[in-house]
Design a binder for this molecule. Structure first.
Ligand SMILES: Cc1cc2nc3c(=O)[nH]c(=O)nc-3n(C[C@H](O)[C@H](O)[C@H](O)COP(=O)(O)OP(=O)(O)OC[C@H]3O[C@@H](n4cnc5c(N)ncnc54)[C@H](O)[C@@H]3O)c2cc1C
Length: 230
């Protein structure tokens, strides 16, 4: 996607997309903030709301939680990622372009003035620069990122403010060759699993595996109704 230049961001933040999907369903269909502690083909046990009976269960968590709920499921290795957010009132003049350092002259894999793409993500009147660092958490990452950003953007970053540094140790499942792009999503009739760990380690992979799982569920329930194709 980076090479072909077809990048996009959900306006307002990553959680807007699932919120829009949920909003299209009848009120009360989706419950959030509920932790599932165990699953069976006909019931889900939750930490807060007891047991919910059902006709089928689709586990759509990350790989590690899925393996806790479905013992025996493979847990892959993961790639760690750190995202550093800076604000400034003098944004670099790169507009909505993503910068990749072909010379790998520092820790930043890619960076962009995100507020030039989606102003709603930035503090009022300020520009937001978000930069991604691949690899394990390391001390002094902010200083190293600032030095690298100064070279990449060709501006001083000394007065930029650090808004947040988010490290995610298990950001994406590793895809070591030979990678299986179509891991099974139907474990048995009534029990299904989807997520980025069943397909490619991306949002696209998570969505694609969910579609495969939904088709399997509809088939097992014998609804005979085709899924939407648009
Ligand atoms: C910093 C960062 C940047 C990324 N950038 C990109 C990118 O640019 N492009 C891209 O394609 N991908 C990107 N990814 C990867 C992408 O976010 C994931 O591949 C995708 O979110 C996986 O979706 P999923 O539905 O499989 O799992 P998740 O999005 O992890 O959703 C799983 C959900 O299950 C919930 N859950 C877990 N356990 C339980 C339980 N016991 N009970 C109830 N709920 C539970 C979790 O709270 C979570 O909401 C990025 C990831 C990170 C961390």
């Amino acid at each position: 996607a980076f090479a072909s230049g077809r990048l996009c961001l959900p306006e307002g933040g990553a959680d807007v997309l699932p919120e829009l999907l949920a909003a299209s369903l009848p009120a009360g269909t989706v419950h959030t903030g509920v932790r599932v502690t165990s699953v069976a083909t006909n019931a889900v046990t939750t930490a807060e709301h007891g047991v919910i009976r059902c006709r089928a269960v689709l586990v759509a968590t990350g790989a590690r939680s899925a393996a806790e709920l479905l013992p025996g499921l493979r847990v892959p290795d993961f790639h760690p990622v750190t995202v550093v957010h800076h604000t400034t009132d003098e944004p670099p003049a790169t507009g909505g372009h993503l910068l990749l350092d072909s010379e790998r002259g520092g820790p930043v894999a890619h960076t962009a003035v995100i507020s030039a793409v989606d102003p709603s993500r930035a503090p009022a009147g300020r520009a937001l620069v978000s930069s991604t660092v691949l690899g394990p958490d390391r001390a002094g990452v902010d200083d190293a990122v600032r030095r690298h950003l100064a070279r990449l953007y060709g501006v001083s970053t000394a007065r930029w403010e650090t808004l947040a540094v988010h490290h995610t140790a298990e950001a994406v499942p590793a895809m070591r060759p030979p990678h299986d792009l179509r891991r099974p999503v139907r474990l048995l009739a009534g029990l299904y699993v989807c997520g980025d760990h069943r397909d490619t380690s991306t949002l696209q992979g998570a969505l694609h595996s969910a579609r495969r799982a939904a088709a399997a569920i509809l088939g097992d329930l014998g609804t005979g109704r085709p899924m939407h194709t648009s």
